[in-house]
Design a binder for this molecule. Structure first.
Ligand code: AMP
Length: 221
């Protein structure tokens, strides 16, 4: 199964993608996480990516496509992947189709998570993530805090707040998302793989579980 998660920043697509990856045993590929790793290692790619990310802008297509092309050449992607944050432009979506076609594969399901703006902003401003990349648990400092402040309940690592999770950058990230998502939605709708999901109560504890259930149902069809 090749699954592409769509949803605004803060829509919960990262959380749902991680849960889905665990349930399906498929690799979770997040371009945002890949860039953040490069930034942490202070590589040239990291510096370049950060110059866009810190402003809430998209990293140029060719740079992003290169890292995804490389990641999709790994052996562990042969039965499918959960793509989170890629593609973000039509150009990326077209290249993804080409990369998969070379492997004799295609995008199977594209869940789009729909959440009201107010919930999104509230979530992003209160988001903290586990710094251990093998864990990556996500907390909400207001609604779903860790038991010990600043410490991950799951693995005990330090919790960090993303530097691009601030009010100024959020506005830009949401605008960028809206600007690009329409053509992605039409692209995947035309292929008959789009699955729009609007959780009844996106603030409910089990909202992500419900999203994942719906995706798994679709995968089994
Ligand atoms: P995310 O973790 O998915 O919210 O991504 C964080 C930031 O990384 C975005 O705001 C972009 O600056 C950059 N980024 C992640 N994925 C992509 C992509 N597919 N294309 C361009 N930029 C991306």
């Amino acid at each position: 199964m090749y699954i592409v998660m769509l949803g605004a920043p803060g829509s919960g697509k990262g959380t749902a993608a991680k849960m889905l990856a665990k349930k399906t045993n498929l690799p979770h590929i997040s371009t945002g996480d890949m860039f953040r790793e490069q930034i942490k290692k202070e590589t040239e790619l990291g510096k370049l990516a950060n110059s866009y990310m810190s402003k809430g802008e998209l990293v140029p297509d060719e740079v992003t496509i290169n890292i995804v092309r490389d990641r999709l050449s790994w052996e562990d992607t042969k039965n499918g992947v959960i793509l989170d944050g890629f593609p973000r432009t039509k150009m990326q979506a077209e290249v993804l189709d080409e990369i998969l076609a070379e492997k004799g594969k295609k995008v199977d399901v594209v869940p789009e998570i729909i959440i009201p703006d107010q919930v999104i902003v509230d979530r992003i401003l209160n988001r903290a993530t586990c710094s251990n990349k093998d864990c990556g648990a996500i907390y909400n400092l207001k609604y779903k805090p860790s038991k010990t402040p600043g410490v991950c309940d799951v693995c005990g690592a330090e919790l960090v707040v993303r530097t691009d999770d601030n009010e100024e950058t959020i506005k830009n990230r949401l605008e960028t998302y809206r600007k690009n998502v329409e053509e992605l939605l039409s692209f995947y709708k035309e292929k008959g793989v789009l699955l729009s999901i609007a959780p009844e109560d996106p603030t409910a504890d089990n909202a992500s579980e419900q999203v994942v259930e719906k995706i798994l149902e679709k995968c089994e069809e």
